[in-house]
Ligand binder design. Structure first.
Ligand SMILES: [Zn+2]
Length: 337
């Protein structure tokens, strides 16, 4: 961790500031190992492999642990990066554009391998603090250790070891995998300072009845219980079917402006991924099958989340007609917790 991160950290138990108690290994600006200690309650947290560790995996409920373990494995396997991700990321956080980040202190709830973290740092954020519960933090750390304004923390989203100092917090593709997505959202936005902004992207209930009815039971009872290594290979079968359909049917028909295209099953989504290569499509299928927990959230419920946090200027977009992306401004005065 870089020393600058201390400006943003707070004890997850009592919210007091944290101090660096010891440094046992340092390389350039990175503290690779050492210990953080709360200034009030004396709780301590280790820094290992350059990452401050706030997640006591023994204390975290089993379902969260399993989600973290399966995605951690996935993120370490699938490490491709691509320019297309710029566009994809901006789709999830719409209407936010790259220039929005200039000078802002940003919190990322669920960073996986740090793909977005790097982008935001490059887009001029003052600092971006990226949190993940899973082992993917190791990949995220390696991907961002040379980036001066990027910081990686291993933590549970429900007990963020952070102060309420962020200009913007966002979470893409993570909240719906939590046991209580709404509570995760509220915890994330509780770290935004008054008048700051938030974005969230979640799976939608609408238009996903086939996933909820057909894929979900299979995911819950079969695929999420397999070893990720086996599922990695087995998931190539449905991925191959989707790959063939998007390359041979959805892509060409949509590019030619064929009137048949809009009648195709799940066209908006398959059109959106028809440009993706094999590994990217395989990643998507694998991620859908590996997660032990996945919620599909209706627009009405998502609107409730924003109402409950008192957000204004809320924009909710229907992304690829199968998911919701929301953006809003936090109240100028802090609501009581
Ligand atoms: Zn404390």
């Amino acid at each position: 961790m870089k020393r600058k991160l201390l400006d943003y950290l707070a004890c997850p138990s009592c919210s007091s500031g944290l101090a660096l108690r010891s440094v046992t290994k340092e390389e350039g600006t990175e503290i690779l190992s050492g210990e953080l200690r709360c200034r009030s309650c004396d709780e301590s947290f280790s820094i290992r492999g350059g990452i401050p560790r706030f997640a006591d995996l023994d204390r975290i409920e089993k379902d969260k642990q399993e989600t973290a373990a399966s995605f951690g494995w996935s993120w370490q396997q699938f490490t491709q990066d691509d320019q297309k991700y710029d566009e994809q990321f901006l789709g999830w956080i719409a209407p936010v554009q790259p220039d929005f980040f200039a000078g802002k202190i940003v919190l990322e709830g669920g960073c996986g391998k740090g793909r977005h973290t790097r982008r935001i740092a490059r887009w001029g954020a003052r600092d971006v603090v990226a949190v993940d519960l899973s082992d993917a933090v190791e990949v995220a750390f390696a991907a961002t250790r040379d980036v001066e304004n990027a910081h990686i923390i291993q933590s549970d989203i429900y007990h963020l070891p952070l102060q309420r100092v962020f200009d913007y917090a966002f979470s893409v593709g993570v909240l719906h995998h939590l046991p209580d997505p709404r509570a995760g959202f509220k915890s994330l936005v509780s770290k935004i300072k008054p008048g700051g902004f938030a974005s969230a992207w979640i799976y939608g209930a609408e238009n996903n009845r086939w996933i909820v009815g057909l894929v979900n039971p299979f995911r819950k009872h079969v695929t999420s219980r397999m070893s990720p290594g086996l599922l990695y290979h087995l998931s190539k079968i449905p991925a191959a079917a989707i790959y063939a359909a998007t390359k041979l049917v959805y892509g060409p028909l949509n590019r030619n402006g064929s009137s048949i295209a809009k009648h195709l099953f799940y066209n908006d989504y398959f059109k959106a991924i028809s440009d993706f290569g094999w590994r990217e499509q395989h990643t998507i299928v694998f991620d859908h099958l590996v997660a032990p927990t996945a919620f599909y959230i209706s627009r009405a419920e998502f609107e409730d989340w924003w109402r409950e946090i008192g957000a204004t200027r809320v924009v909710i977009g229907w992304h690829n007609r199968n998911s919701w992306c929301g953006f809003g401004k936090m109240p100028d005065r802090q609501l009581s917790d």
